[in-house]
Design a protein around this ligand. Structure first.
Ligand code: SF4
Ligand SMILES: [Zn+2]
Length: 128
């Protein structure tokens, strides 16, 4: 069974989820929803690194602004994994990292560390 078949909003008026006036009402439906975390993760995955104004509706109990903040690594709810889709500046690998500050993927980051290590040792050797 797909997770969205268990959605509490399945029979609800979609207007509630997309109209700003009904935000509280939408959130109260989400609060009781058994697939809230999956729904929020799906929304974050789909939206990737989108700016705030390109996110729509309440999903997984969160407003567009709240999801945008989560995508930046702020107040990430339990059970939610990395949300910001960024590419490593060196190799171009897509990274699913919470927060927006990572420039390198794990491999490239490790390689950079080793490089710096080698440079450091070479300098030390030259100075000795
Ligand atoms: S969390 Fe909210 S938007 Fe998501 S499936 Fe449940 S009720 Fe619908
Ligand atoms: Zn990389």
């Amino acid at each position: 069974m797909r997770w969205d078949e268990k959605a509490a909003c399945k029979s609800a008026d979609t207007e509630i989820f997309f109209g700003k006036w009904f935000e509280a009402e939408a959130k109260s439906i989400c609060a009781e929803c058994p697939v809230k975390t999956l729904c929020l993760q799906a929304a974050l995955d789909m939206e990737g690194g989108e700016p705030r104004n390109l996110r729509y509706g309440v999903r997984g109990g969160k407003t567009p602004t709240e999801r945008w903040r989560i995508s930046k690594g702020h107040q990430v709810p339990p059970g939610i994994r990395g949300t910001t889709s960024r590419r490593c500046v060196k190799c171009g690998t897509l990274m699913e990292s919470v927060g927006n500050s990572r420039q390198y993927c794990d491999d490239c980051q490790a390689e950079r560390g080793r490089e710096r290590d080698r440079e450091y040792r070479a300098r030390k050797k030259a100075a000795a």
